[in-house]
Every structure is written in structure tokens, then in C-alpha cells.
Ligand binder design. Structure first.
Ligand code: SF4
Ligand code: ZN
Length: 320
């Protein structure tokens, strides 16, 4: 297989694009694709300040690498979740993220959830009614709240996450199975900002997971290979496996699914009576917009944790 650009030996063959490239041209092609999607979906400009949510994984570190190579003003934000039993997932992902930032002279914000809330994600999940003890729902709530808080407090224009096409297609698949119109309306490359809520963008939303993996490996980015231990058995992983089977038999199926959805939404398929009309007000504790009466969900969860553990000393000694 030869590189379409130069005829040298190709190292990546993308059946879904009918395109094979050598290392040099692949490392040029991915950033060019990302730049194309940033422009196409009006994500941000070179004048705006971008906050990249980095987890230590291949997608978010590669996104940060690509944005800085493209000349954007992109700083990183790492949230230490305190998930450290067994594999030391949080400690290791923080170490790799900090190493990445230091090696490139990039600015990284680190927020320790235990210091912010008094508890790690597994501890918060323990005292929350969300997710019946499984931490992912609590984790999602905390991430949304803290990413938005830092973007607002430090003055970033936009929050960028490393969701790739496989992530987006799996979420879309799940929401389509249940016709969750409210979620479908909010899914897309850009979620516009509102007062108090930062604009959210996904510059990798049209790049396959295996394309990002190839980029990280060929670029020599050191990232955490292990998944979060709580990811095991997640429905989204099951949906990814189903979509992978479709993709294997019909290269390009995932991309077609996602792009057809965007086109259907653009042409008004989900509009009308399903438009989101939520009244938001500022949470009296943290000031972030919320539709809940009184405190926002994040502040209510932290308050509940404090009430439940009042008088109990915390024996944990997490590193990060
Ligand atoms: Fe958080 Fe769940 Fe993801 Fe782990 S798998 S980082 S707990 S959302
Ligand atoms: Zn709040």
C-alpha cells in the first residue's frame, strides 16, 4: 500500500476514506482535517482563548497537540478525580498530562476534586442517589460543573473536549434507541454558550478513534493506555462494539450515521415542539446557571455529602 501523496510506503490505511498515507503525510493530514472542521462548524477563531479538557488519554492530549500546532491559544485543564484504587488511574493520568505540558511549555490548570468538594468521585458517588452507586453519573456532573467554572473564572471563550467520532456515534446511537430528543438536540460539534455557560466544542468529532490512536502513536505522545476502571461494562462501550461491527462490514458507516444525524437536525427534524425551553437561574451558592429550583445539582450533591459525613474523619490520602 502506497501513500497517495508521495508514493512512499503507507503506514495508515483508511478504508472509510479510501486513503492511505505515510507517516509524514498522515501527521499533516490529521491537523488539516481538524482545522477544516473547526472552520466548517465555526468552533473558534485564532483570537479566542481555548481551554482544552485533558484527561491524559490519547484523544485529549492529541487534540491539545494539534491545536497548539495549528497556532491556537490553547491551555489545558486536568481534573483529578481521585480514582486511584488498583491501577492508580488518576495519579498516572495526571503525571502523563503534566509531563506533556512541561515538555511543550504549555499552561496547564489542575483542579483536585477532593480539595474542591471534600471528597473523591468514588466517595461522592457513595453518598449520592445518582447512578445507584456507579460513579459515572456523578463524575459527569462534576466534570461539567468544574470545566465550566474554570472556563468562566479564568476567562476562556470556549471549552474544547477530545470526543472523537466513535464517542459521538455511540452517544448518538444510545440516544436514538430511546429517542431522547432533549439530548439529541444538544448533541453536535458545537454547543453554543449562554450567559454563565461556556461554548463547548468537539474538534475531533469527525475523526475515527483508530485515526486518533494512529496520530498519538506516530506523533510519539505518551498517554495513559488503561481505561478508567469504572468504564468496564458501560453501555457506551457495548454500543461502540456494535458500531464497530457495522463499520467492519461497511467502512464509513459510523461517519454516515453521524453526518446524517447532523443534517437531519439542521433541516429541522428535531425542532418545533421539542425545542429546549428551560428557564435557567444562577445557583445561589456557585453562581452557575441551573434549571433546578434552589441550588444546582453539583452544590446539592456536595452539601449532601457534607451532611452524610459530618463528624467522620476522611482517612484517604490521595496523591493528586
Ligand atoms: Fe468518570 Fe465513569 Fe469516565 Fe471513569 S468511566 S472517568 S468514573 S465517567
Ligand atoms: Zn451551584
Amino acid at each position: 500500500m502506497k501513500c497517495r501523496m508521495c508514493g512512499q510506503k503507507a503506514v495508515v490505511n483508511m478504508r472509510q476514506h479510501k486513503l492511505a498515507l505515510c507517516k509524514e503525510h498522515y501527521l499533516e493530514w490529521i491537523p488539516a482535517q481538524v482545522e477544516r472542521f473547526i472552520t466548517k462548524y465555526s468552533m473558534f477563531t485564532h483570537e479566542e482563548k481555548i481551554l482544552v479538557a485533558v484527561s491524559g488519554g490519547k484523544d485529549s492530549l492529541s487534540l491539545w497537540d494539534i491545536l497548539t500546532r495549528l497556532g491556537y491559544q490553547a491551555d489545558g485543564l486536568y481534573l483529578c478525580l481521585g480514582i486511584d484504587e488498583g491501577l492508580h488511574y488518576s495519579s498516572e493520568s495526571q503525571r502523563l498530562t503534566e509531563k506533556f505540558a512541561v515538555a511543550r511549555g504549555l499552561k496547564l490548570h489542575v483542579v483536585n476534586i477532593q480539595q474542591e468538594t471534600g471528597a473523591t468521585i468514588p466517595e461522592l458517588a457513595h453518598t449520592s442517589l445518582r447512578g445507584r452507586g456507579k460513579p459515572c453519573s456523578v463524575c459527569g456532573l462534576v466534570k461539567r460543573h468544574e470545566l465550566n467554572r474554570v472556563a468562566r473564572d479564568v476567562g476562556y471563550d470556549v471549552l474544547a473536549t477530545g470526543h472523537n467520532l466513535d464517542d459521538e456515534a455511540a452517544v448518538l446511537f444510545g440516544n436514538t434507541l430511546t429517542w431522547s430528543v432533549e439530548y439529541l438536540l444538544r448533541q453536535g460539534p458545537v454547543l453554543p454558550g449562554t450567559s454563565g455557560l461556556a461554548r463547548k466544542v468537539k474538534p475531533l468529532c469527525r475523526i475515527y478513534e483508530r485515526e486518533m490512536l494512529a496520530y498519538a502513536l506516530l506523533r510519539g505522545i505518551e498517554y495513559i493506555y488503561e481505561e478508567c476502571p469504572f468504564a468496564e461494562g458501560a453501555t457506551s462501550i457495548y454500543h461502540k462494539e456494535l458500531l464497530n461491527r457495522m463499520e467492519h462490514d461497511h467502512p464509513g458507516a459510523k461517519l454516515t450515521f453521524y453526518l446524517s444525524f447532523l443534517e437531519a437536525r439542521r433541516s429541522g427534524f428535531f425542532s418545533g415542539e421539542h425545542e429546549i425551553r428551560q428557564e435557567l437561574h444562577a445557583c445561589p451558592k456557585c453562581g452557575q446557571p441551573t434549571s433546578a429550583p434552589g441550588l444546582c445539582s453539583f452544590c446539592r450533591m456536595v452539601e449532601k455529602r457534607k451532611e452524610t459525613t459530618a463528624g467522620v474523619s476522611d482517612p484517604s490520602g490521595k496523591r493528586c
